[in-house]
Design a protein around this ligand. Sequence first.
Ligand code: SF4
Length: 384
Amino acid sequence: MNPTTPAPHPAIRTLRHDPDVQPFIVIWEVTRACQLVCQHCRADAIHQRSPAELTAAQGRVLLDDLASFGPPHPLVVLTGGDPFERGDLEELVAYGTAQGLHISLSPSVTPRLTRSTLERLRDAGAKAVSLSLDGATAATHDGFRGIDGVYDDTLDAARMVRELGLRLQVNTTVTQGNLSELPAILRQVIALRAGLWSVFFLVPTGRGAALEALDAHETEDVLHWLHDASRLLAIKTTEAPHYRRVALQRRGGPAAPEVVGPLYRQLRDDIADLLDLGDAPARRAARPLLDVNAGKGFVFVDPVGAVYPSGFLPVPVGSVRDRPITELYREAPLLRWLRDPDRLAGRCGRCAFRQVCGGSRSRAYAMSGDPLGEDRTCSYQPAS
Ligand code: SF4
């Protein structure tokens, strides 16, 4: 660790293994095909599968290589598009599971998501399923997805996932369009007994470039509100690592009045009844946040085998068709630079929290073209 950076705090979980050597989580986008047309789709999904996708045989080689990282094996999430568009999904799950990998699925809610399909995938070894919920009402959620009825189907699918004994993660993308619904979405996530709420902060890439992202002050208010809500259920953020900075600054205490604004107070008022625990312990102790970021404990593989630091940072570092992902992850220059907080520029480069936060590298790239630039949606001003 750099001597100028603070020591890890119990609010932050550091990886059990060296992020220079192996990732904690690998996202494999097995296809870009999907029947939905979500406004914020990173993948710019299409309706038909591409013949250029990795075949089942090439997928098995990739899974072998992922297993060769050794224990503790990376978590592997099969996403899309809609991974359920692949007829060989069950085979891939079973194969990866047999190699010792923990496989999770991130399907779209379409008619392909049925109880019998989920049962087969569970029996093949899948451990968890993540579903997107981007609104507290059908109007908002279905408006995002471009198809009526998906909201009700999502709630039904979430219950089905739980009934089948799979772990449930709910993913929510925050935009100006659903900001005021966050408290109601939180209530739904709790009611669905999800194991984890993953709150995604928009990166202006793919179809999401047309949506309104939060500014730095709104982002700060939401991060502090999420920190409060993490007394109620496990929460993680995607593309907002400054949530870890907030956790370190709060150290279990209240938000400093000078760093939060009216949005935070409104969101907090809307869940005051939930947060009023009296002397009772938190319903679910907040899990320490995991210290991962693009290329640092995290790596993304697209349908044709290209490897990226993240699904939102469109700079390929090589292909699994040419080199094993173990070599690419450890040796690709961009991934090595992203793991070195002393290479960061702007405010992130001067920031005492850069080791545990580092800012969203995807957003820095989307907004400035520099993957090592500052994350402009962070309101923190480091000392010069
Ligand atoms: S300035 Fe950058 S490194 Fe520091 S807290 Fe903000 S996003 Fe994180």
